[in-house]
Design a protein around this ligand. Sequence first.
Ligand SMILES: [Fe+2]
Ligand SMILES: [Fe+2]
Length: 141
Amino acid sequence: MKPRELELPALLERLINEHDEIKKSFRELSTLLFENKFLTVANKLEELKLIIDQHIIDEEAKILKFLLNTVSKEESSQAIAIFQQHREIHQLLKELQENVQLLRKESAIIRDELENIMMIHFEAEEHQIFPPVFKLYKKVL
Ligand SMILES: [Fe+2]
Ligand SMILES: [Fe+2]
């Protein structure tokens, strides 16, 4: 998977829209798990995984790369710390997929945990990373 060919402002807008789409998908998964529709959840998770994988590749290969090329590593440290949550997100998503495939009731708990982490993560990106990156982009144009 390669990063998308988008200029930074368009990419930032796309990423914020995807945060909303992903949040919506998680709410749908909650209902489906409550109804024990594991097969539907498994299919939706496959689609969601592709979206999340592309999303994270773009954040790391474009946003983080831009930061590291423009400011010091020290000034990028907050963004680096927030982007490090991607590993935990990947891990929980994998766990959720495995549990859903085994029709496990625990899937709902993992979904809840993943949703919590993603909400905190999206909030941090939208407030602490994206606005300063946009400002910086305008400045170095
Ligand atoms: Fe992210
Ligand atoms: Fe994001």
